[in-house]
Design a protein around this ligand. Structure first.
Ligand SMILES: Cc1ncc(COP(=O)(O)O)c(C=O)c1O
Length: 389
Protein backbone atom coordinates (compact mmCIF):
# COMPACT_ATOMS: atom_id res chain seq x y z
CA UNK A 1 0.00 0.00 0.00
CA UNK A 2 2.80 2.44 0.86
CA UNK A 3 4.16 2.16 -2.72
CA UNK A 4 0.75 3.02 -4.11
CA UNK A 5 0.44 6.04 -1.82
CA UNK A 6 3.95 7.31 -2.53
CA UNK A 7 3.52 7.00 -6.30
CA UNK A 8 0.19 8.79 -6.23
CA UNK A 9 1.61 11.60 -4.09
CA UNK A 10 4.69 11.90 -6.31
CA UNK A 11 2.50 12.23 -9.42
CA UNK A 12 0.34 14.87 -7.70
CA UNK A 13 3.49 16.78 -6.79
CA UNK A 14 4.89 16.58 -10.34
CA UNK A 15 1.63 18.04 -11.65
CA UNK A 16 2.00 20.99 -9.26
CA UNK A 17 -1.14 19.93 -7.43
CA UNK A 18 0.25 18.73 -4.08
CA UNK A 19 -1.74 20.01 -1.11
CA UNK A 20 -0.66 20.46 2.51
CA UNK A 21 -2.31 21.72 5.68
CA UNK A 22 -1.14 24.91 7.38
CA UNK A 23 -2.03 25.76 10.97
CA UNK A 24 -3.38 29.08 12.14
CA UNK A 25 -2.19 30.02 15.61
CA UNK A 26 -4.81 32.69 16.28
CA UNK A 27 -8.56 33.13 15.96
CA UNK A 28 -9.88 34.01 12.51
CA UNK A 29 -9.66 37.77 12.03
CA UNK A 30 -8.25 40.16 9.42
CA UNK A 31 -4.79 39.53 10.90
CA UNK A 32 -3.76 35.95 11.74
CA UNK A 33 -0.55 34.19 12.73
CA UNK A 34 0.55 31.23 10.58
CA UNK A 35 3.81 29.42 11.34
CA UNK A 36 4.78 32.23 13.70
CA UNK A 37 4.26 34.83 10.97
CA UNK A 38 1.72 37.66 11.19
CA UNK A 39 -0.22 37.94 7.92
CA UNK A 40 -3.31 39.75 6.59
CA UNK A 41 -6.03 37.18 6.00
CA UNK A 42 -7.53 37.21 2.49
CA UNK A 43 -8.65 33.58 2.34
CA UNK A 44 -11.37 33.27 4.94
CA UNK A 45 -15.09 32.84 4.32
CA UNK A 46 -15.67 34.68 7.59
CA UNK A 47 -17.06 37.51 5.45
CA UNK A 48 -18.74 39.44 8.28
CA UNK A 49 -16.05 38.75 10.87
CA UNK A 50 -18.40 36.80 13.15
CA UNK A 51 -16.14 33.82 14.03
CA UNK A 52 -14.75 35.67 17.00
CA UNK A 53 -17.80 37.77 17.92
CA UNK A 54 -18.33 38.20 21.69
CA UNK A 55 -22.10 37.52 21.52
CA UNK A 56 -21.50 34.24 19.67
CA UNK A 57 -18.79 33.13 22.08
CA UNK A 58 -21.14 33.87 24.95
CA UNK A 59 -23.94 31.86 23.30
CA UNK A 60 -21.59 28.88 22.98
CA UNK A 61 -20.45 29.11 26.59
CA UNK A 62 -24.01 29.32 27.93
CA UNK A 63 -25.10 26.35 25.82
CA UNK A 64 -22.18 24.26 27.07
CA UNK A 65 -23.04 25.10 30.69
CA UNK A 66 -26.68 24.14 30.19
CA UNK A 67 -26.54 21.23 27.72
CA UNK A 68 -22.96 19.93 27.82
CA UNK A 69 -20.65 19.45 24.84
CA UNK A 70 -22.40 16.80 22.73
CA UNK A 71 -25.80 15.40 21.82
CA UNK A 72 -25.04 11.76 22.49
CA UNK A 73 -27.00 10.32 19.57
CA UNK A 74 -28.27 11.07 16.08
CA UNK A 75 -31.10 13.57 15.93
CA UNK A 76 -33.68 10.89 15.14
CA UNK A 77 -32.57 8.74 18.08
CA UNK A 78 -32.64 10.78 21.28
CA UNK A 79 -30.11 13.45 20.22
CA UNK A 80 -32.55 16.17 19.18
CA UNK A 81 -31.98 18.88 21.77
CA UNK A 82 -34.70 21.55 22.03
CA UNK A 83 -32.10 24.03 20.75
CA UNK A 84 -32.50 22.57 17.26
CA UNK A 85 -36.21 23.26 17.26
CA UNK A 86 -35.60 26.89 18.23
CA UNK A 87 -32.92 27.34 15.59
CA UNK A 88 -35.03 25.77 12.84
CA UNK A 89 -38.07 27.85 13.75
CA UNK A 90 -35.95 31.01 13.56
CA UNK A 91 -34.31 29.85 10.35
CA UNK A 92 -37.66 29.25 8.63
CA UNK A 93 -38.79 32.71 9.71
CA UNK A 94 -35.49 34.22 8.48
CA UNK A 95 -35.84 32.52 5.08
CA UNK A 96 -39.59 33.16 4.85
CA UNK A 97 -40.40 29.47 4.40
CA UNK A 98 -42.79 27.07 6.16
CA UNK A 99 -40.05 24.98 7.64
CA UNK A 100 -36.30 24.32 7.84
CA UNK A 101 -33.86 21.60 8.87
CA UNK A 102 -30.22 21.83 10.01
CA UNK A 103 -27.52 19.34 8.98
CA UNK A 104 -24.01 19.00 10.51
CA UNK A 105 -22.24 20.56 7.50
CA UNK A 106 -23.03 22.20 4.18
CA UNK A 107 -21.34 19.34 2.36
CA UNK A 108 -23.65 16.83 4.05
CA UNK A 109 -26.64 19.03 3.31
CA UNK A 110 -26.07 19.00 -0.43
CA UNK A 111 -25.14 15.34 -0.64
CA UNK A 112 -28.04 14.24 1.58
CA UNK A 113 -30.67 16.50 0.03
CA UNK A 114 -29.94 15.81 -3.61
CA UNK A 115 -29.57 12.06 -3.08
CA UNK A 116 -32.84 11.92 -1.11
CA UNK A 117 -34.85 13.84 -3.71
CA UNK A 118 -33.44 12.53 -6.99
CA UNK A 119 -33.00 8.99 -8.30
CA UNK A 120 -32.22 6.95 -11.40
CA UNK A 121 -35.34 7.99 -13.33
CA UNK A 122 -34.68 11.68 -12.76
CA UNK A 123 -32.76 14.44 -14.50
CA UNK A 124 -30.58 17.16 -12.98
CA UNK A 125 -29.43 20.33 -14.75
CA UNK A 126 -26.33 21.54 -12.91
CA UNK A 127 -24.26 24.71 -13.52
CA UNK A 128 -20.72 23.88 -14.71
CA UNK A 129 -19.18 25.73 -11.74
CA UNK A 130 -21.34 24.28 -8.97
CA UNK A 131 -19.57 23.35 -5.73
CA UNK A 132 -18.08 19.87 -5.25
CA UNK A 133 -20.74 18.98 -2.67
CA UNK A 134 -23.45 19.49 -5.29
CA UNK A 135 -21.45 17.48 -7.81
CA UNK A 136 -21.04 14.65 -5.30
CA UNK A 137 -24.74 14.68 -4.40
CA UNK A 138 -25.62 14.47 -8.09
CA UNK A 139 -23.22 11.56 -8.63
CA UNK A 140 -24.47 9.70 -5.59
CA UNK A 141 -28.16 9.84 -6.48
CA UNK A 142 -27.78 8.07 -9.83
CA UNK A 143 -29.89 10.59 -11.79
CA UNK A 144 -28.84 11.64 -15.28
CA UNK A 145 -26.78 14.81 -14.92
CA UNK A 146 -26.74 17.49 -17.61
CA UNK A 147 -24.14 20.18 -17.01
CA UNK A 148 -24.98 23.57 -18.50
CA UNK A 149 -22.36 26.27 -19.24
CA UNK A 150 -21.85 28.65 -16.33
CA UNK A 151 -24.88 30.98 -15.94
CA UNK A 152 -25.91 30.48 -19.58
CA UNK A 153 -29.72 30.62 -19.61
CA UNK A 154 -30.06 30.17 -23.39
CA UNK A 155 -27.88 27.06 -23.36
CA UNK A 156 -29.80 25.72 -20.38
CA UNK A 157 -33.13 26.22 -22.14
CA UNK A 158 -31.86 24.34 -25.21
CA UNK A 159 -30.64 21.50 -23.00
CA UNK A 160 -33.98 21.30 -21.18
CA UNK A 161 -35.88 21.26 -24.49
CA UNK A 162 -33.80 18.44 -25.94
CA UNK A 163 -33.38 16.40 -22.73
CA UNK A 164 -34.73 12.86 -22.53
CA UNK A 165 -37.95 12.08 -20.64
CA UNK A 166 -37.60 11.89 -16.87
CA UNK A 167 -39.83 11.41 -13.84
CA UNK A 168 -38.67 14.54 -12.02
CA UNK A 169 -36.33 17.30 -13.18
CA UNK A 170 -34.33 19.71 -11.08
CA UNK A 171 -32.13 22.73 -11.80
CA UNK A 172 -29.34 23.24 -9.23
CA UNK A 173 -27.12 26.27 -8.87
CA UNK A 174 -24.83 27.99 -6.40
CA UNK A 175 -26.16 31.46 -5.47
CA UNK A 176 -22.73 33.08 -5.22
CA UNK A 177 -20.14 30.83 -6.89
CA UNK A 178 -17.41 29.78 -4.47
CA UNK A 179 -14.24 30.38 -6.51
CA UNK A 180 -15.44 32.83 -9.18
CA UNK A 181 -17.55 35.20 -7.08
CA UNK A 182 -20.20 35.32 -9.79
CA UNK A 183 -23.91 35.48 -8.95
CA UNK A 184 -26.43 33.03 -10.41
CA UNK A 185 -29.04 34.57 -12.78
CA UNK A 186 -31.85 33.53 -10.45
CA UNK A 187 -34.78 35.40 -12.05
CA UNK A 188 -34.05 33.62 -15.35
CA UNK A 189 -33.61 30.27 -13.62
CA UNK A 190 -36.92 30.71 -11.76
CA UNK A 191 -38.64 31.44 -15.07
CA UNK A 192 -37.12 28.43 -16.83
CA UNK A 193 -37.94 26.15 -13.89
CA UNK A 194 -41.55 27.34 -13.98
CA UNK A 195 -41.89 27.10 -17.75
CA UNK A 196 -40.47 23.59 -18.05
CA UNK A 197 -41.74 22.07 -14.80
CA UNK A 198 -38.37 21.70 -13.08
CA UNK A 199 -37.69 22.01 -9.35
CA UNK A 200 -35.17 24.71 -8.44
CA UNK A 201 -32.49 24.26 -5.75
CA UNK A 202 -30.17 27.14 -4.79
CA UNK A 203 -27.05 26.78 -2.64
CA UNK A 204 -26.74 30.03 -0.69
CA UNK A 205 -23.54 29.03 1.17
CA UNK A 206 -21.62 32.16 0.12
CA UNK A 207 -24.68 34.41 -0.14
CA UNK A 208 -26.29 33.87 3.27
CA UNK A 209 -25.62 36.93 5.40
CA UNK A 210 -24.01 38.68 2.44
CA UNK A 211 -26.68 39.30 -0.21
CA UNK A 212 -30.14 40.77 0.23
CA UNK A 213 -31.32 43.53 2.57
CA UNK A 214 -31.76 41.10 5.45
CA UNK A 215 -28.94 38.80 4.41
CA UNK A 216 -31.20 35.98 3.23
CA UNK A 217 -29.14 35.43 0.10
CA UNK A 218 -29.35 35.52 -3.68
CA UNK A 219 -33.10 34.84 -3.82
CA UNK A 220 -33.78 37.83 -1.58
CA UNK A 221 -31.31 39.96 -3.58
CA UNK A 222 -33.36 39.33 -6.75
CA UNK A 223 -36.75 39.26 -5.00
CA UNK A 224 -37.53 35.73 -6.23
CA UNK A 225 -37.68 33.81 -2.95
CA UNK A 226 -41.05 32.22 -3.73
CA UNK A 227 -39.72 30.82 -7.01
CA UNK A 228 -37.09 28.66 -5.29
CA UNK A 229 -38.23 25.22 -4.10
CA UNK A 230 -35.15 24.22 -2.11
CA UNK A 231 -33.21 26.92 -0.29
CA UNK A 232 -29.92 25.39 0.82
CA UNK A 233 -27.29 27.30 2.79
CA UNK A 234 -24.63 27.08 5.48
CA UNK A 235 -23.69 28.55 8.82
CA UNK A 236 -20.01 27.99 8.02
CA UNK A 237 -19.21 31.11 6.00
CA UNK A 238 -20.61 34.57 6.85
CA UNK A 239 -22.42 33.17 9.90
CA UNK A 240 -19.07 32.28 11.37
CA UNK A 241 -19.46 28.74 12.68
CA UNK A 242 -20.57 25.37 11.25
CA UNK A 243 -23.63 23.62 9.84
CA UNK A 244 -25.79 23.44 6.74
CA UNK A 245 -29.52 23.91 6.25
CA UNK A 246 -32.43 23.44 3.91
CA UNK A 247 -35.46 25.74 4.09
CA UNK A 248 -38.66 25.13 2.15
CA UNK A 249 -42.15 23.67 2.47
CA UNK A 250 -43.13 21.54 5.47
CA UNK A 251 -43.49 18.55 3.17
CA UNK A 252 -39.94 19.03 1.84
CA UNK A 253 -38.49 19.14 5.35
CA UNK A 254 -40.56 16.14 6.54
CA UNK A 255 -39.39 14.25 3.46
CA UNK A 256 -35.72 15.02 4.26
CA UNK A 257 -36.15 13.96 7.88
CA UNK A 258 -37.44 10.64 6.59
CA UNK A 259 -35.15 10.08 3.60
CA UNK A 260 -31.91 12.02 3.87
CA UNK A 261 -29.19 9.58 4.90
CA UNK A 262 -26.63 12.25 5.81
CA UNK A 263 -29.12 13.61 8.35
CA UNK A 264 -30.44 10.30 9.66
CA UNK A 265 -27.19 8.38 10.06
CA UNK A 266 -25.03 10.99 11.76
CA UNK A 267 -24.76 12.79 15.09
CA UNK A 268 -26.09 16.33 15.14
CA UNK A 269 -24.11 19.50 15.78
CA UNK A 270 -23.13 20.01 19.42
CA UNK A 271 -25.30 22.37 21.52
CA UNK A 272 -22.68 25.13 21.51
CA UNK A 273 -22.73 25.31 17.71
CA UNK A 274 -26.52 25.22 17.48
CA UNK A 275 -26.74 28.08 19.99
CA UNK A 276 -24.10 30.05 18.08
CA UNK A 277 -26.01 29.57 14.84
CA UNK A 278 -29.19 30.88 16.42
CA UNK A 279 -27.39 33.97 17.72
CA UNK A 280 -25.57 34.47 14.39
CA UNK A 281 -28.88 34.47 12.48
CA UNK A 282 -30.05 37.36 14.61
CA UNK A 283 -26.81 39.30 14.08
CA UNK A 284 -26.95 38.71 10.35
CA UNK A 285 -30.59 39.64 9.96
CA UNK A 286 -29.87 42.97 11.64
CA UNK A 287 -26.44 43.25 10.07
CA UNK A 288 -27.08 45.88 7.40
CA UNK A 289 -24.10 47.92 8.62
CA UNK A 290 -21.80 44.93 8.31
CA UNK A 291 -23.07 44.22 4.79
CA UNK A 292 -22.59 47.87 3.87
CA UNK A 293 -19.01 47.75 5.16
CA UNK A 294 -18.40 44.53 3.23
CA UNK A 295 -19.73 45.80 -0.10
CA UNK A 296 -17.79 49.08 0.17
CA UNK A 297 -14.58 47.12 0.65
CA UNK A 298 -15.40 44.60 -2.08
CA UNK A 299 -16.09 47.31 -4.66
CA UNK A 300 -12.93 49.19 -3.78
CA UNK A 301 -10.67 46.12 -3.79
CA UNK A 302 -11.97 44.71 -7.08
CA UNK A 303 -11.77 48.09 -8.84
CA UNK A 304 -8.20 48.55 -7.66
CA UNK A 305 -7.20 45.05 -8.79
CA UNK A 306 -8.68 45.73 -12.22
CA UNK A 307 -7.01 49.13 -12.39
CA UNK A 308 -3.67 47.44 -11.69
CA UNK A 309 -4.32 45.11 -14.61
CA UNK A 310 -5.30 41.86 -12.86
CA UNK A 311 -7.82 39.56 -14.49
CA UNK A 312 -10.61 39.07 -11.94
CA UNK A 313 -12.88 37.30 -14.43
CA UNK A 314 -16.57 38.12 -13.91
CA UNK A 315 -16.46 38.42 -10.12
CA UNK A 316 -19.41 40.39 -8.73
CA UNK A 317 -19.24 39.43 -5.09
CA UNK A 318 -16.89 39.25 -2.10
CA UNK A 319 -14.93 36.40 -3.68
CA UNK A 320 -12.44 37.79 -6.19
CA UNK A 321 -10.29 35.45 -8.30
CA UNK A 322 -6.92 36.67 -9.55
CA UNK A 323 -6.37 34.43 -12.52
CA UNK A 324 -2.84 33.10 -13.05
CA UNK A 325 -3.33 29.95 -15.12
CA UNK A 326 -0.47 27.62 -14.33
CA UNK A 327 -0.76 25.73 -11.01
CA UNK A 328 2.97 25.86 -10.15
CA UNK A 329 3.16 29.58 -10.81
CA UNK A 330 0.00 30.07 -8.75
CA UNK A 331 1.64 28.44 -5.73
CA UNK A 332 4.82 30.48 -6.30
CA UNK A 333 2.69 33.61 -6.15
CA UNK A 334 0.96 32.30 -3.01
CA UNK A 335 4.36 31.73 -1.36
CA UNK A 336 5.60 35.19 -2.36
CA UNK A 337 2.45 36.86 -0.98
CA UNK A 338 2.86 34.89 2.24
CA UNK A 339 6.50 35.89 2.57
CA UNK A 340 5.37 39.53 2.31
CA UNK A 341 2.63 39.16 4.93
CA UNK A 342 -0.47 38.41 2.82
CA UNK A 343 -2.38 35.15 3.18
CA UNK A 344 -4.23 34.47 -0.09
CA UNK A 345 -4.40 30.83 -1.08
CA UNK A 346 -3.91 29.39 -4.52
CA UNK A 347 -6.77 27.34 -5.94
CA UNK A 348 -5.86 24.69 -8.53
CA UNK A 349 -7.54 21.82 -10.42
CA UNK A 350 -9.65 19.86 -9.73
CA UNK A 351 -11.27 22.70 -7.74
CA UNK A 352 -11.06 24.92 -10.85
CA UNK A 353 -10.76 23.95 -14.55
CA UNK A 354 -7.32 23.23 -16.07
CA UNK A 355 -5.50 26.43 -17.04
CA UNK A 356 -7.51 28.56 -14.63
CA UNK A 357 -5.50 28.24 -11.42
CA UNK A 358 -5.84 31.37 -9.37
CA UNK A 359 -5.35 33.21 -6.13
CA UNK A 360 -8.77 33.33 -4.48
CA UNK A 361 -9.27 36.55 -2.56
CA UNK A 362 -12.09 36.93 -0.07
CA UNK A 363 -12.78 40.40 1.29
CA UNK A 364 -14.25 40.78 4.81
CA UNK A 365 -16.38 43.52 6.36
CA UNK A 366 -13.82 43.71 9.16
CA UNK A 367 -10.77 44.33 6.94
CA UNK A 368 -9.28 47.67 7.90
CA UNK A 369 -8.61 50.05 5.01
CA UNK A 370 -4.89 49.76 5.79
CA UNK A 371 -5.17 45.96 5.43
CA UNK A 372 -6.68 46.46 1.99
CA UNK A 373 -4.06 49.01 0.88
CA UNK A 374 -1.29 46.70 2.07
CA UNK A 375 -2.86 43.71 0.29
CA UNK A 376 -3.05 45.68 -2.95
CA UNK A 377 0.54 46.88 -2.65
CA UNK A 378 1.84 43.33 -2.16
CA UNK A 379 -0.37 41.93 -4.93
CA UNK A 380 0.96 44.61 -7.28
CA UNK A 381 4.53 43.64 -6.39
CA UNK A 382 3.72 39.97 -7.04
CA UNK A 383 1.91 40.79 -10.27
CA UNK A 384 4.97 42.58 -11.65
CA UNK A 385 7.47 40.06 -10.33
CA UNK A 386 5.63 37.07 -11.88
CA UNK A 387 4.63 38.84 -15.10
CA UNK A 388 0.89 38.72 -14.36
CA UNK A 389 0.28 42.44 -14.85
C1 LIG B 1 -21.13 26.56 -2.51
C2 LIG B 1 -20.80 25.70 -1.34
N1 LIG B 1 -21.70 24.81 -0.92
C3 LIG B 1 -21.45 24.00 0.14
C4 LIG B 1 -20.26 24.06 0.81
C5 LIG B 1 -20.00 23.13 1.95
O1 LIG B 1 -20.20 23.79 3.16
P1 LIG B 1 -19.48 23.32 4.49
O2 LIG B 1 -18.12 23.88 4.49
O3 LIG B 1 -20.35 23.89 5.56
O4 LIG B 1 -19.48 21.84 4.50
C6 LIG B 1 -19.29 24.97 0.41
C7 LIG B 1 -18.00 25.04 1.15
O5 LIG B 1 -16.96 25.39 0.73
C8 LIG B 1 -19.55 25.79 -0.70
O6 LIG B 1 -18.62 26.65 -1.15
Amino acid sequence: MEDFLLNALKKTDQEGLYRTLQSLETAQSPVVVVGGKRVIQFSSNNYLGLTNHPALKRAAQEAIERYGVGTGASRLIAGNLELYEQLEKNLARFKGTESAIVFPTGYQTNVGTISALMGEKDLIFSDALNHASIVDGCRLCGAKIIIYPHRDLDALEQLIKTAPQAKNRMIITDGVFSVDGTIAPLPGLVELAGRYGCWLMVDEAHATGVLGNRGRGTAEHFGVEKGVDIHMGTFSKALGSLGGYVAGSKNLIDFLINKSRSLIYTTGLPPSVVAVNRAALELVENGLDLRKALWERVGFFRNELNRLGFNTFSSEAQIIPVIIGDPVKTMDVFQYLFSRGVLAYGVRPPTVPEGLSRIRIAVMATHGWDDLYFGLQVLEEAGKRFGII
